[in-house]
Design a protein around this ligand. Structure first.
Ligand code: TYD
Length: 209
């Protein structure tokens, strides 16, 4: 039985989604909710081992299809060991990146056929679709500069070039537009506090209803 509530954050490099997901986590803790914070790739022992293969090394280290399988293998472990147990205890789970990253990075930007991506995603997550997904939208020129300034090690995706990251931004916008019930597009150019206030208000009105 799944009594919990599942929230994901998505967006391009440096879009502020990790900051915003952490702020929501703190807010929920302080307002008395049972909540866990996790991330992808990773979030369980096995998935963290696979993460290392994915985020380090040359930017063309893997074919998009290999990436699709590696991210999916990591996700299966993460769901089984971390997400599902927390949801069945009635907790709120916040996850930094999930299925929409696979659709954007491997599917749309990686040019893998839509039907193949859907098939693998359905097999991987079964019915575990987030209740809410916040998609942080930012000009990739601004985002990449922020990301490369703070992260000097795990840069495999950051190094893929501006054309790739423009595709990622467009991909996330189109995912948001085609999943309006679940996804909320967040203007990540705004002030951090203003964005978090918007997210807290949106969460409160959705969670209670
Ligand atoms: P991470 O290092 O956590 O960076 P960020 O802070 O931007 O989230 O993410 C690892 C990279 O993995 C990120 O560039 C996006 C990519 N990714 C995919 O390509 N497909 C996926 O399914 C996921 C979850 C992440």
């Amino acid at each position: 039985m799944n009594n919990g509530f599942f929230i994901t954050f998505e967006g391009g490099e440096g879009s502020g989604k990790s900051t915003q997901s952490n702020l929501l986590y703190e807010y929920l803790l302080h307002t008395g909710h049972q909540v866990i914070m996790t991330r992808e790739p990773g979030g369980s022992d096995g998935a963290e081992i696979i993460r290392d293969l994915l985020v380090n090394g040359e930017s063309d280290r893997w074919e998009p299809l290999s990436e699709l399988f590696l991210f999916s293998a990591a996700r299966i472990d993460h769901i089984a060991k971390t997400i599902n147990p927390a949801l069945s205890e009635g907790k709120i789970v916040i996850c930094d990146r999930y299925i929409d990253s696979t659709t954007a990075y491997q599917g749309i930007a990686g040019n893998i056929d839509k039907d193949i991506v859907s098939l693998i995603q359905n097999l991987t997550v079964k019915m575990l679709i987030p209740n809410i997904t916040y998609i942080c939208d930012l000009d990739p020129i601004v985002g990449l500069e922020r990301a490369l300034n703070r992260n000097i090690t795990e840069t495999r995706f950051e190094l893929k070039g501006i054309k790739f990251h423009k595709k990622i931004r467009n991909a996330f916008v189109s995912i948001a537009n085609s999943n309006k019930k679940r996804c909320v597009l967040v203007d990540a150019n705004k002030d951090i506090k203003e964005i978090s206030k918007f997210i807290f208000n949106h969460f409160e009105s959705t969670y209670k209803n």
